[in-house]
Design a protein around this ligand. Structure first.
Ligand SMILES: [Zn+2]
Ligand SMILES: [Zn+2]
Length: 325
């Protein structure tokens, strides 16, 4: 562990900003979405526009108030990050948001089943419906993410997200499209099948877009007790540590309370992980997005020590890395 990178005293205004930027953005984005939906504005473009606004704001603030100034320095990773952003945000997202519900309805009709199972509480207040959808999807994502770290079978697919040597906003989009697709199948499709209104899924997109932008951002922010509710950048940084004891923690996408409940919450206030990356990097195509697309199928052939179970070997590795830093 290393001390917090930026502990110099700030002006009261900057200090207030450090505490308020995240909660005001999240509350503001959710409120705008709610008001716009109530006035009949189409949900799909809103779900793109609102997160985009905050992602641009976050990218600007990253340059002005970095948590770790060195993480603002590109190191051959921008092309892979942008390629992944385009593939995931515009390719997979659009495909599933548009074609997903149509495919589900088509399959159900082929099987002569009703268009949905109509068990979703559509008469409940809209915010309750959104809370159910957002909570369910995040629960599924928590366990899928955890499997990606704690089972050898799923790790190569998830490893793409950890093939970065710094933590900044763009890293949040470094996800293998197959991984993203599976989270849709496991998390979103059950909601559609059970009859959740499409608007609730778009609200989920807005919340995930805003929290996800903050989760990886390289901004020196303060959260306090919000760390126990949301997956903030303060705790997600640990998740990108090369130390397994730190990296196999904080799996939540939007919320961190599943980590609290299931015993994987980790934070040492005032400290930061010493090294960002993966346990086994020898042979891993860190900067080639195209080779990373193939890595779920080539991992064991390409990566040195790939057969060493990084979970089982955690203790020994942690001692070695600790001595190195
Ligand atoms: Zn992970
Ligand atoms: Zn991450």
């Amino acid at each position: 562990m290393t001390p917090l990178a930026s502990q110099q005293p700030r002006s009261p205004w900057v200090n207030a900003f450090q505490w308020l930027f995240f909660p005001v953005s999240l509350f503001g984005g959710a409120t705008v979405m709610g008001i716009a939906l109530a006035h009949g504005v189409p949900a799909a473009p809103l779900a793109m526009a609102i997160p985009l606004f905050f992602l641009i704001a976050i990218a600007i603030v990253e340059r002005r108030l970095p948590y770790e100034p060195d993480w603002n320095r590109a190191r051959g990773d921008i092309t892979a990050d942008l390629a992944s952003l385009v593939t995931v945000a515009f390719g997979v997202e659009t495909l599933f948001k548009v074609a997903g519900p149509v495919a589900v309805v088509g399959i159900l009709s082929l099987l002569k089943l009703p268009a949905d199972f109509n068990v979703f509480p559509r008469n409940a207040p809209f915010w309750v419906q959104c809370a159910i959808v957002i909570g369910f999807i995040d629960f599924v994502k928590y366990w899928f993410h955890r499997m990606g770290h704690e089972t050898r079978f799923w790790w190569p697919l998830h490893s793409v997200h950890h093939a970065v040597k710094r933590v900044h906003m763009l890293n949040g989009f470094r996800i293998h499209p197959l991984y993203h697709t599976l989270t849709y199948v496991l998390g979103y499709f059950p909601c559609i099948l059970l009859g959740a209104p499409a608007e609730t899924l778009f609200v989920h997109t807005v919340i995930l877009g805003i929290v996800g932008g903050f989760q990886h951002c390289n901004i020196d922010l303060r959260y306090g007790v919000l760390n126990y509710i949301f997956s903030t950048n303060e705790i997600h940084r640990w998740h990108h540590s090369t130390r397994v004891a730190e990296g196999n923690k904080n799996y939540g996408a939007i919320f961190s309370f599943f980590d609290v409940i299931f015993g994987t919450y980790y934070n040492v206030p005032g400290k930061a992980p010493a090294v960002i990356g993966m346990v086994h990097e020898d042979g891993y195509p860190l900067h080639s997005y195209w080779e990373q697309l193939a890595i779920p199928f080539t991992y064991r052939r390409r990566v040195k020590n790939a057969d060493v179970d990084h979970v089982v070997e955690a203790d020994a590795l942690d001692v070695r890395i600790e001595n190195r830093t």
